[in-house]
Design a protein around this ligand. Sequence first.
Ligand SMILES: [Zn+2]
Length: 132
Amino acid sequence: MGEFRVLNEFPGYEISRAGEVRRIGGGLLGVRVRSSGMRWVQLSNSGKTTSRNISVLLVDAYGSGAASAAGLKEPDMVRVRRARGRQGRARSGRVCHDCGRPTANYRCESCWRGVRGYGASAASDFASPFDI
Ligand SMILES: [Zn+2]
């Protein structure tokens, strides 16, 4: 096996130029293949498991051309970055004023209950001071 590079997005894993992904300090991950021929692996980051296209991981780690060098289809990185931008905005959405948990409201359901004795859905008729 040759060189491995750590994945930026998943610091617990590294990838070789051939597209082999391994857990740092562990073994190679099993590669799954979609009917389209796309090869992907399952990675976990802070307890969350996600699947990632190996072509995208290769280009992230070694630059454009890395996927075709490994015998894979080059990913459309413009589309990938656009999709990541959307996820980033969704993650940086509203959080509860009191406890910081993600919420669609000024406070999360349980903090609204604590403050007013009823939940966020009942409270959504009230404008918060930060909505005005
Ligand atoms: Zn809360």
